[in-house]
Design a protein around this ligand. Structure first.
Ligand SMILES: Cc1cc2nc3c(=O)[nH]c(=O)nc-3n(C[C@H](O)[C@H](O)[C@H](O)COP(=O)(O)OP(=O)(O)OC[C@H]3O[C@@H](n4cnc5c(N)ncnc54)[C@H](O)[C@@H]3O)c2cc1C
Length: 458
């Protein structure tokens, strides 16, 4: 089958690879000149590394298996890392139980309530119930006011701004669930991983595998319109051309979907609330010395414009980074926040002011390069009853599908979930399903009739 995939990020490329393994001929359209979407890379001058910080957790089993299957298992590296917290103008290590028990900003009762919240949260299975309660109300109930005001509220403000008041408890529960599973309980240490060469290695390998299976990758091509073909299949319009595909899968953000898709493919009403996205601004510093000994420092300080310090070179070997240290300083904002449109120099000034409050001794000489990266549509805002807003995978048209990260209703945004989401899509065998009318039929998921083209697909 001839399949068009809109979006050459992780979802689009994992999907293209999996479909080409089944014998389909795929064509991937990607607006940007380079593949990878949010997980893409950047040439910082002395080194090339991910545009935004990415880490692999030992519990990311879908992602790890996928990396192994595409022949990059030998390129995975694991390293114990430390976690810090900047609170009341001080940096604390909270990397093990003893440090956590010593953590001064919280009283003993506060610590017990925090530990209880993490343990209790990691065991909750009924996430649907959490969609109906705000994250603030849930944390107040489970952690108590003191722990909430001292720790959770500043963290929520840092991650979501004032929008935290509209966000459901699923937001924090999914983080707790993911981070809890990362701890190696036998060693009581965090082991984090990465692929040698960063995500560039993964995307280069996927491009090679997709193309050698007969697939096509079109970068720098923005799909402008997607419509149904009068006979069967789907038209895709780009660069003044129309291409016909048997099936098309859209993997970009919901607002772009709404903009490019014909009304008969997917029902989108202008009046209904839709998915809102958070954006991110991230200053990347390449320095001669490490700023912190931690992989991640959570910041809970309203004076600092960024919300974390990610000391990537405490995870990644210095051989990867030309002996230099790479640190990411992210700030999360709503996708329509005017800050996202500020010129790089303005953002640099703002971030450096915050940086000097934490590291007054930092000198201009220590910094080799500073760079501003930004993404407007990064992560959907998990408002109350969020799952009712997301587009379904199966649309009004048998040959058009939507597969994107907005559909992660009970997971955090990460590439393990991306791979899992694609695997679930593949298991449902949507590419074998046809409209009622021809050939032998059987019922598929959601009552959709399936035609098995025997012998062609295993
Ligand atoms: C700051 C940050 C930190 C992160 N940290 C981690 C981490 O530590 N670990 C982890 O596993 N994950 C992490 N992630 C998440 C990870 O980056 C995402 O899971 C992943 O990139 C999502 O991929 P995607 O393909 O679904 O979406 P995207 O990357 O958004 O890809 C969609 C692609 O579609 C293209 N597109 C859209 N519309 C069109 C059109 N009309 N025509 C052609 N192309 C189009 C876009 O250009 C884009 O490239 C992080 C993300 C960010 C931003």
């Amino acid at each position: 089958m001839n399949i068009g995939i809109i979006g050459g990020g992780m979802t689009g490329l994992v999907l293209a690879h999996r479909l080409s393994l089944q014998g389909h001929i795929v064509t991937v359209f990607e607006s940007n000149k380079q593949l990878g979407g949010l997980a893409t890379y950047h040439d910082y001058g002395p080194l090339v590394w991910d545009r935004f910080y990415h880490v692999i957790l030992p519990s990311d089993t879908h992602l790890i298996n996928f990396i192994q299957k595409i022949g990059l298992g030998e390129e995975l590296r694991w390293r114990p890392t430390l976690t810090g917290c900047y609170i009341n103008q001080k940096l604390y290590s909270i990397s093990n139980t003893i440090e956590f028990l010593r953590f001064p900003p919280l009283s003993l009762i506060g610590k017990l309530r925090l530990a209880f919240t993490l343990l209790y949260g990691s065991r909750i299975k009924n996430w649907q119930g959490l969609e109906k309660i705000t994250v603030e109300d849930w944390l107040l109930k489970v952690s108590g006011r003191n722990t909430y005001e001292k720790l959770w509220k500043p963290l929520l403000l840092a991650k979501l701004g004032e929008n935290y008041k509209r966000v459901s408890a699923v937001f924090i529960w999914s983080y707790i669930k993911r981070l809890f599973s990362a701890r190696d309980s036998s060693l009581h240490k965090e082991q984090f991983g990465y692929v040698v060469g960063g995500y560039k290695t993964v995307f280069d390998q996927l491009e090679k595998l997709i193309c050698s299976a007969g697939g096509h990758i079109c970068t720098g091509v923005t799909v402008e319109h997607i419509a149904s073909h009068p006979d069967s299949g789907i038209w895709v319009e780009h660069s003044g051309k129309k291409e016909h595909f048997d099936k098309v899968i859209f993997t970009g953000p919901v607002n772009i979907l709404q903009h490019v898709v014909a009304q008969d493919l997917i029902k989108i009403s202008g009046d209904r609330p839709t998915v809102e996205y958070m954006g991110v601004i991230c200053m990347v510093l390449i320095t001669r010395k490490a700023l912190v000994p931690y992989y991640i420092v959570n910041l809970a300080d309203q004076r600092i414009p960024f919300t974390g310090i990610i000391g990537m070179s405490n995870l990644v070997s210095l051989k990867e980074t030309a002996g230099l240290h790479i640190t990411y300083l992210p700030k999360y904002v709503l996708s329509n926040d005017p800050l996202l449109q500020q010129p790089d120099d303005e953002l640099r000034k703002l971030f450096f002011r915050g940086l000097h409050l934490i590291f007054p001794e930092l000198k201009a000489d220590d910094i080799v390069v500073s760079h501003i990266n930004r993404a407007q549509k990064m992560q959907p805002l998990q408002v109350l009853n969020y799952s009712s807003l997301v587009p379904k995978i199966v649309t009004e048209h048998n040959d058009f599908f939507v597969l994107n990260t907005s559909q992660f209703v009970n997971e955090t945004l990460n590439n393990n979930t991306v791979v899992k989401h694609v695997e679930e899509f593949m298991r449902k065998e949507y590419m074998l399903k046809r409209e009622q009318g021809a050939g032998s039929r059987e019922q598929g998921a959601g009552g959709i009739p399936i035609i098995k083209i025997r012998g062609l697909y295993p």
